[in-house]
Design a protein around this ligand. Sequence first.
Ligand code: 5AD
Ligand code: SF4
Length: 453
Amino acid sequence: MLKNFYIINYGCQMNIYDNEIIISILTKNKYNYVKDIFKADIILINTCSIREKAEITVINKLIYLNSLKKKKKIFIGIIGCMARRIQKFIKIKKRIIDFIVGPDNYRELPNIIKSIEDNRYFINILLSNEETYSNIFPSKIYNINKVTSYVTISRGCDNMCTFCVVPFTRGRERSKSPNVIIKECERLYNYGYKEITLLGQNVDSYLWTPETHIKKNIKDKKKAIDFSNLLEIIAKKFNNIRFRFSTSNPHDMSIRVLKVIKKYNNICKYIHLPVQSGSNRILKLMNRKYSRLEYINLIDNIKNIIPECAISYDIITGFCTETEKDHIDTLNLMKYVKYDFGYMFMYSHREGTYSYNKLKDNVPLIIKKRRLNEIIKLQRKHSYNKLKKYINTVQNVLIEGDSKKDNNYWYGRNSQNTLIVFKKNNESIGEYVNVKILKNTSATLIGEREKKY
Ligand code: 5AD
Ligand code: SF4
């Protein structure tokens, strides 16, 4: 019988959480999770489809794994977002892949692995309106960091941004019951975790009723539990844990959520608010459902209600038909907001999306690269200036581990999600300490323990 399985992970935090679910499912069925690929009988590759580069990385990995397969009998499964798309790499599939399982079908993994032992090829990529893995506690053996963890609160996305494959790879939006979320937080608390990030493709659109957790089926939205209610319930209940959440769509973020963030000390003062573009014309083409002005109003509200809040973004540069003027609109929006940090990407034309079917990927690569570099350069300047303002302040830091550059130093984060390093002095991982900030780069604050505390 096949016994040992190993997971190669690509992609976002949702995939990391899903790996924990998969480990729970398989270990309950007598499979053994191994951290050494050479001990594995089964290799699962949890994949990401968001940009072409992510898919190419997976294909290259498969080519490497094929060389292992020639030396030893191993079975390879593709799971995650590429599951529904891998068939276009049909030749590779036949040679290397033994099974393909989509994000809503992980409960089937034990049966699927059994059937491939008989050398049968297997594929299950059906999307579900229901699956939230609610009765499965994610295994904690996957996570090497014992301080911070994730709880997925919703799966799928109904937003249909025209550039995005997620609605096709992860399906319709559904929310997990607040009771299940509370139980998961309780369990993490008992394990000693200090920080939990609530995850969803679009957390602000969380909506749950006892009758249905499928967003599009909820008739009376006023009677449902929304994200602001959920956040308040858990912040109150777990006042020793600090909470983050990701990701927010500006269209769904309410003032109520901002007020809850303000009200509770244990909700981190940090909002990741992908804007994608600063141009109204491009936002419309992207089907983002908010205008530049509405986005700016939301930013103003955040700054008024939570002045200490850090804000970051995702921006896609070189979207179909993007002109120099659109690009300048984006740079100007960045100058207005002065984000603390951000994630910037060149547009990648993804088969199956609306923009792939209806629009032309007509911004030349060289222009995409130049615009991306301008965005990066501007962000570096903003980040540096933002971090500089922390000098001489005292920051409360949750210690997460050894600094990568020097293990005489700890690294941790403050509420605003800024990376802070400081010299060790009898502290331990998972402790909150006050650190006086002495220096900064554009990505890190460097400090020392506050003497008074
Ligand atoms: N091309 C480039 N970036 C993309 N993203 C999503 N789809 C694409 C695409 N086709 C980016 C968005 C999103 C982040 C997770 O990935 O900025 O917010
Ligand atoms: Fe994709 Fe838009 Fe949904 Fe985010 S909100 S996952 S970008 S469709």
